[in-house]
Design a protein around this ligand. Structure first.
Ligand SMILES: NC(=O)c1ccc[n+]([C@@H]2O[C@H](COP(=O)([O-])OP(=O)(O)OC[C@H]3O[C@@H](n4cnc5c(N)ncnc54)[C@H](O)[C@@H]3O)[C@@H](O)[C@H]2O)c1
Length: 328
């Protein structure tokens, strides 16, 4: 199978490519990535010379480039997106470009070329939930600009399914953690600040809840969907592990044997959703998928990875750990 992966130098895309190449030698993977925020050159340095892998620096909004790449692939897996909520609050414009225009460019091209697309979306499209977990049928109710752009792409895809019978599947996943995540996000940021004994900022009272999934479990779910998922369906992918931001930071400090005096409560982010939660019975029943990695083990693996990969960390700009993008 010839796969075109977009955004493969980012966190989930790079783990997905590594996961697939480990599993299956009959895959030919082309990765197109514009090397924007979230990407890291070192994420796929291990496979630069792998003959089943090929990297193209390019933007998914470049219609001519994408048309050429799509003409030689069987399936596009679209990870490429601006992904950091905080930055979408300070400037949503790049989110509209990548997450809506970029997704639309691929959608339109695969429809015309009669190819297939797996589009990676997020639990954030449903907004904050009180006690229930969202099924695939839940109404879209995004409450930050990032989530709104992801929901917009979903609506465009739905309209293409109804109008053109496009061969596309949408996946929505809960919060991922694991190696290779850009350290502006909660878990790697906490690990790297704790390592330097620096204060760890927590928004508001730290009670906001997310459902965390180890990135390899997410990659496994996407692979199952790629092989056996039903066209034009939506699949929710949940880690079944709801935990507050404060509990996560405390758990990391405990594993790293650091004091929780490092925690510093700071102003809450505007529109900070209290809780996200997905019901993933559908993928569990239809594709026999469930998450395998227990949170504590996944967290230990993640901490170990960040502590051992100092070369990778050297390439991260210094200000990333100190910035509060939504205030900029
Ligand atoms: N990280 C999570 O917890 C999570 C959870 C659910 C869904 N998702 C979704 O999964 C996908 C991947 O997320 P991630 O955490 O790996 O993000 P990331 O920010 O780590 O990586 C995104 C990658 O996409 C690339 N990119 C962005 N815009 C592009 C464009 N216009 N053209 C080409 N490349 C472009 C970036 O350079 C980067 O390499 C996103 O679509 C995100 O919405 C993420």
């Amino acid at each position: 199978m010839k796969l075109l992966v977009t955004g493969g130098l980012g966190f989930i895309g790079s783990n997905f490519i590594l996961h697939l190449l480990e599993k299956n030698e009959n895959l030919q993977i082309t990765n197109v990535d514009a090397e924007l925020t979230g990407s890291h050159n070192g994420n796929l340095s291990l496979i630069e010379k792998n003959e089943n892998y090929n990297f193209i620096k390019g933007n998914i909004t470049n219609r001519r480039l994408m048309e050429e790449l799509i003409s030689t692939c069987d399936v596009v897996v679209n990870f490429a997106a601006e992904s950091f909520v905080d930055r979408s609050i300070s400037n949503a414009d790049p989110f509209l470009v990548s997450n809506i225009r970029g997704a639309f460019t691929i959608l339109d091209l695969i429809t015309k070329a009669k190819k297939k697309m797996i589009h990676i979306s997020t639990d954030e499209v449903f907004g904050s939930l009180k006690s229930e977990s969202a099924t695939e049928e839940e109404n879209l109710n995004p409450s930050n600009p990032y989530a709104a752009t992801k929901a917009s792409a979903e609506l465009l895809i739905k309209s293409y399914i109804a109008t053109y019978d496009t061969d596309v599947i949408i996946t929505r996943c809960t919060n991922n953690y694991g190696p290779r995540q850009f350290p502006e996000k909660l878990i790697p940021k906490t690990i790297l600040l704790a390592k330097q004994e620096k204060n760890i900022p927590i928004y508001g009272n730290g009670k906001n809840i997310r459902d965390w999934i180890f990135v390899n479990d997410h990659c496994d779910a996407i692979y199952k969907i790629l092989l056996n998922g039903k066209s034009q369906e939506f699949y929710n992918i949940s880690g079944n592990n709801e935990i507050s931001n404060l509990e996560i930071v405390n758990e990391i400090l405990k594993i790293m044997d650091k004091s929780n005096d490092l925690i510093e409560f700071v102003d809450d982010r505007p529109g900070h959703d209290y809780r996200y939660s997905l019901n993933s019975s559908k993928i569990n029943q239809d594709l026999n998928w469930s998450p395998k990695i227990n949170f504590k083990n996944g967290l230990e693996t993640t901490i170990d990875w960040y502590l051992k990969n100092s070369e990778w960390i050297k390439e991260i700009p210094n200000n990333v750990l100190n910035q509060t993008p939504w205030k900029n």
